[in-house]
Ligand binder design. Structure first.
Ligand code: PMP
Length: 289
C-alpha cells in the first residue's frame, strides 16, 4: 500500500494532507529527492541524504531533523509500506506561511516521505529505446536557480516536457544558455563516441545525478573510458550511442533525436551492457550503513 510519512506520522496515501498555505505549494519553495529501494535496501541512501542537505543549504532551509533521523524515517516508512522495492519521494517544504513570499514567516519545514510504486517506461521501451527532441526551453541558468539544487520548482523541466509532448517524443533534451547540452527533463544524458562514454560536466548546469555517478563507476569497472566534457547538438546527432540515466528511469537508450537516428536507430552495445551491469548491481544490492 502507498504510505506517507508527514513530520513523524505515518498515514495512508489517501489521507496525507498539508496546508494550502505551505510555501512548497504556493511557490515551489522546498526541495526533494527521488530514491529507489532495490533488493530490500535503499539505493545510495547516503548520497541522496547528502544531496538533500546540500539542496537545503543552498536555499537556506534548515531541515529540523538530522541526517541519521531522516535515514531512520526513510527505512521505517519503507518497511511499514510493505511494498516490494518501492520508489520513495522525500520532500522538504518551507512550511506553512503567509500569502507573501517571505520564507522567514514560514513556521516550520514539513518533512514528507511518500512511498509508492513507479514505472516511467515499459520494458518494451528499454529494449527499443526512446525517441527524443532537443527543446527550445533552455535549462535554468546556474546563477538564477542552480540545477544542482533539487528544488520543488520544476517548471523549467515541465515547460520542456510540454514541448516534448507537443513533438510527440518520449523525452526532451535541454541545452544551456550557451547552447551546450545540459540534461533531460528528469534525467542526465550520455553519449558514446568511438567507445568512449561522455557526459556533460556539472559546469554545464545539471543535477549531479546519483544514477549518473553509478553508471560512470560501472563503465570504469568494465574498463570503458569515461569523460565529462561539454557536448553540442552536433555531438548528439553524430554519436554512436546515446542513453539517459535517472533514479526513476534507471538507464535507457535514446535511438532518435529530432527524428534523426542515432547510429542505426537501435540501442547500442555499450548502452545495453551498462543496462545489464546496472540490473545486476541492483538485484544483488546489499545496502549501505
Ligand atoms: N536531472 C534531473 C533534472 C532530474 O530531475 C533527475 C532526477 N530525476 C536527474 C537528472 C537524475 O538524477 P538521479 O540519478 O539522482 O535520480
Amino acid at each position: 500500500m502507498g504510505l506517507v510519512y508527514i513530520n513523524g506520522e505515518l498515514v495512508p496515501k489517501e489521507e496525507a494532507k498539508i496546508s494550502v498555505f505551505d510555501h512548497g505549494l504556493l511557490y515551489g519553495d522546498g526541495i526533494f529527492e527521488g530514491i529507489r529501494v532495490y533488493n530490500g535496501h535503499i539505493f545510495h541512501i547516503n548520497a541522496h541524504v547528502d544531496r538533500l542537505f546540500n539542496s537545503a543549504k543552498a536555499i537556506n532551509l534548515e531541515i529540523p531533523i538530522s541526517k541519521s533521523e531522516i535515514k531512520e524515517a526513510l527505512n521505517k516508512t519503507v518497511k511499514a509500506s510493505e511494498l516490494d522495492d518501492p520508489y520513495i519521494r522525500l520532500v522538504i517544504t518551507r512550511g506553512e506561511g503567509t500569502l507573501g513570499l517571505d520564507p522567514r514567516k514560514c513556521a516550520k519545514p514539513q518533512i514528507i516521505i511518500i512511498v509508492d510504486k513507479i514505472q516511467l517506461y515499459s520494458e518494451e521501451l528499454y529494449k527499443k529505446g526512446l525517441n527524443t527532441a532537443i527543446v527550445s526551453t533552455i535549462r535554468n541558468h546556474y546563477e538564477a536557480l542552480n540545477p544542482r539544487i533539487k528544488s520543488l520548482n520544476y517548471l523549467n523541466n515541465i515547460l520542456a516536457k510540454i514541448q516534448c509532448a507537443a513533438f510527440n517524443k518520449d523525452e526532451g533534451i535541454m541545452l544551456n544558455k550557451d547552447g551546450l547540452v545540459a540534461e533531460c527533463t528528469g534525467d542526465n544524458i550520455f553519449i558514446v563516441k568511438d567507445s568512449v562514454v561522455i557526459t556533460p560536466p556539472t559546469s554545464a548546469g545539471i543535477l549531479l545525478g546519483i544514477t549518473r555517478n553509478t553508471i560512470i563507476d560501472l563503465a570504469r569497472e568494465k574498463g570503458i573510458e569515461v569523460k565529462e566534457m561539454d557536448l553540442t547538438r552536433y555531438d548528439l546527432y553524430t554519436a554512436d550511442e546515446c542513453f539517459l540515466t535517472g533514479t526513476a528511469a534507471q538507464i535507457i537508450s535514446v535511438v532518435t533525436i529530432d527524428d534523426l537516428k542515432i547510429a542505426d536507430g537501435v540501442p547500442g552495445k555499450i548502452t545495453l551492457s551498462l543496462l545489464d551491469a546496472f540490473r545486476n548491481l541492483i538485484s544483488n544490492y546489499a545496502g549501505e550503513k
